[in-house]
Design a protein around this ligand. Structure first.
Ligand code: 5GP
Ligand code: MG
Length: 179
């Protein structure tokens, strides 16, 4: 699997440092509150574990599953709610944990959903921000790293369901897509 990677962009140490920076910032920003962390499956599973271990607050954790990609390397415009949460979000301070924000459509979908359900505040903490990919106007509040407009894998992010278990974020060799 490692042989499919052309370039490592962010290694585990760098990602842990980013998670610590953001976890500590959230701890300060939500002092005295009990936020509801909403982790977006599957991509955010490692990022969620890293950030939450750096948050010194009483908090709730829920997992939601949405799908935007359908196996390829381009975002689709259709967002589907695959697995919903069962917890009330009315009057809650929600912090969405995402792997990457690209076109922004997934995030907008989630923010609209939470707003409809009466969330008091909605913040976003993403591992990666691909600002050059935006199609809708949405921003993340806590960003691990900015990335160029290229397809990345690892640390939760997949290509055709593989590479989620790579301990770093990297760029695939073009030959992998050609297969
Ligand atoms: P958006 O709706 O912002 O276009 O895309 C968000 C979702 O698309 C992310 O949560 C992620 O699952 C997927 N995605 C966007 N860019 C990439 C990328 O470079 N690599 C991978 N593996 N997934 C991506
Ligand atoms: Mg995702």
């Amino acid at each position: 699997m490692n042989n499919d990677i052309e370039e490592v962009l962010f290694d585990q140490d760098q990602i842990h440092q980013a998670a610590a920076r953001i976890g500590q910032q959230i701890t300060r920003d939500f002092d005295g509150h009990r936020p509801l962390f909403l982790s977006v499956l599957k991509g955010a599973y490692l990022w969620t574990a890293d950030v939450l271990r750096q948050v010194d607050l009483y908090a709730d954790l829920e997992f939601i599953k949405i799908s935007s990609y359908h196996g390829g390397v381009e975002s689709s415009d259709e967002i589907e709610l695959v697995t919903d949460i069962r917890r009330e979000v009315a009057d809650r301070d929600v912090i969405i944990l995402e792997d990457i924000v690209d076109t922004g459509q997934s995030l907008l979908f989630l923010k609209d959903l939470l707003a409809q359900r009466g969330a008091r505040s909605i913040q976003v903490a993403c591992l990666l921000d691909k600002k050059g990919g935006r199609k809708v106007d949405v921003t993340a509040d806590y960003v691990g790293f900015d990335v160029r407009n290229e397809f990345v894998v690892g640390y939760g992010l997949d290509y055709a369901e593989s590479y989620r278990n790579l301990p770093y974020v990297g760029v695939l060799k073009p030959s992998v897509y050609a297969k």
